[in-house]
Design a protein around this ligand. Structure first.
Ligand SMILES: Nc1ncnc2c1ncn2[C@@H]1O[C@H](COP(=O)(O)OP(=O)(O)OP(=O)(O)O)[C@@H](O)[C@H]1O
Ligand SMILES: [Mg+2]
Length: 242
């Protein structure tokens, strides 16, 4: 890692990542973005899962423009931004389903990073919901962030894949700070156990201990809210997850 990489990092940008897919990154990113917006922060939620974008689906948006229209030079980033909650919560949607953006050239990834850097000063926080794994797009977009929340659940595959993600990213970008979010757990004990497992692996093999950002309980209302294409905090403000 070079000083050059550090200088590419956007100070108010937060990455949400995982190794394994389907652990709740997108739901968590949307919910966290809304929580910050409710605290009066101006937030841009960027759907970084470019090939299989889901933010728009989970929120029931049908944006006229999205990152695909931006990347094919048919609109600007500003024209693709949806004001989900006017003023506070803005969304830059990917293109769901089509897979057109599944693998972007280094030039296009560099363009997206530059555009994020240009937009970031207009927001208190830019949240990037990354795709699963450590593919080229995840690695390319990760260069924008210093802070990274790694979401996992208490399944062994989620734990090993989250560890693999951290290992690869620390090698590429040692200045990145990883924190652990244990999602979808039965209770606090299970959440702590899952955290301790990944913490021990990181300590033993990578010689560092990622802090626990928090854990979130399993709740069937998460699926309900997604099915209804509604924000969880709006629909279930008093649920333990909220
Ligand atoms: N705390 C939770 N309690 C119950 N179910 C949950 C919880 N978190 C996530 N889920 C379930 O997990 C599913 C996947 O969530 P989501 O699409 O946000 O995951 P993801 O990590 O973004 O997946 P992908 O890697 O495919 O992008 C949701 O449809 C929801 O049913
Ligand atoms: Mg997702």
């Amino acid at each position: 890692m070079t000083e050059h990489t550090v200088s590419k990092q956007i100070p108010n940008l937060l990455l949400v990542a995982s190794g394994k897919g389907g652990v709740g990154k997108t739901w968590f990113s949307i919910t966290l973005a809304q929580a910050f917006a409710q605290m009066g922060k101006k937030v841009l939620l960027f759907d970084g899962d470019l090939g299989l974008a889901n933010v728009d689906i989970q929120l029931g948006l049908m944006p006229k423009n999205d990152l695909n229209t931006v990347l094919t030079s048919r609109c600007t980033m500003e024209e693709a931004i949806v004001e989900y909650e006017p003023g506070n919560l803005h969304i830059l949607a990917g293109r769901s389903g089509g897979g057109q953006l599944a693998s972007l050239s280094p030039q296009r990834l560099a363009f997206l990073r530059e555009e994020l850097r240009r937009l970031a000063p207009q927001y208190d926080l830019v949240l990037v919901d990354l795709g699963a794994g450590v593919g080229g797009t995840v690695r390319g977009l990760s260069e924008t962030g210093r802070e990274c929340l790694v979401v996992l659940n208490d399944e062994p595959t989620a734990l090993t894949d989250a560890y693999a993600f951290i290992k690869v990213m620390r090698k590429r970008i040692p200045s990145m700070h990883h924190q652990i979010v244990v999602n979808w757990v039965e209770n606090e004990v299970h959440g702590k156990q899952a955290y301790q497992t990944i913490q021990k692996s990181c300590e033993t093999f990578l010689k560092f201990s990622p802090p626990l950002a928090g854990y979130i309980r399993k709740d069937s209302r998460v699926k309900d809210a997604i099915r209804a294409q509604a924000c969880f905090l709006t629909r279930y403000p008093n649920a333990p997850c909220s």
